[in-house]
Design a protein around this ligand. Structure first.
Ligand code: ZN
Length: 159
C-alpha cells in the first residue's frame, strides 16, 4: 500500500542538523501518524506521499517548513515552580512549562532562586533539518481512527 490520504504510517527516523550531526533518533517503538490529518510536519508528510513500507526517504526542510524562524525577543522570566517535572534545571535543558494552550517546550537560559529565564522558541526553531525516515508499515486507517483523527493501538492513542 502506498502512503496517501487516510493511511496509517509507522516509521523510524533519524534527525540531523545541517552539519550532519544527529539531533534525535526514534526510540524502540516506531512513530505512527495518520496521513493527511495535520499531525505531521507538512514538508515531511509531502516527502512520504506515495512511498511504501521498506522505503527509505531523506528530506531536508528549511526552518519555515519545519519549526519556524527563531524569534529574538523570546526570552521570558517565569517562576521556577512553573516548570514541570524538573527540580534542578540547568542552562540548555529543554523543559515543559504550562502555557495558555497546554504544555510547551522551552529552553532554560538562566536559573535564579525563584525565577528562571527561558527561551520560548521551539528547540528546533531556526534550524535546517534533515529527516532520514525508514517506513516500517503502511495500512488503511479504521473508521474509528478516521472519526477521531488519530491512530489507535501501539504507538498511538489507547482509550
Ligand atoms: Zn481515538
Amino acid at each position: 500500500m502506498e502512503i496517501g490520504q487516510n493511511a496509517v504510517v509507522a516509521f523510524r527516523y533519524r534527525l540531523l542538523n545541517d552539519q550532519g550531526q544527529q539531533l534525535e533518533a526514534s526510540a524502540e517503538e516506531t512513530t505512527v501518524y495518520l496521513h493527511g490529518a495535520g499531525g505531521m510536519l507538512p514538508g515531511l508528510e509531502q516527502a512520504l506521499q506515495g512511498k511504501a513500507a521498506g522505503d527509505q526517504v531523506t528530506v531536508t526542510l528549511e526552518p519555515h517548513e519545519a519549526y519556524g524562524a527563531k524569534h529574538p525577543d523570546s526570552v521570558q522570566r517565569i517562576p521556577l515552580k512553573h516548570l514541570r517535572g524538573k527540580k534542578k534545571p540547568r542552562p540548555g535543558d529543554v523543559v515543559a512549562v504550562n502555557g495558555e494552550r497546554g504544555p510547551r517546550q522551552v529552553t532554560i537560559v538562566k536559573v535564579g532562586k525563584f525565577m528562571v529565564e527561558v527561551d520560548t522558541n521551539h528547540p528546533l526553531a531556526g534550524m535546517v533539518l534533515t529527516f532520514v525516515v525508514d517506513i516500517v508499515e503502511v495500512r488503511p486507517a479504521t473508521a474509528e481512527e478516521l472519526a477521531h483523527g488519530h491512530v489507535h493501538g501501539p504507538g498511538g492513542h489507547h482509550h
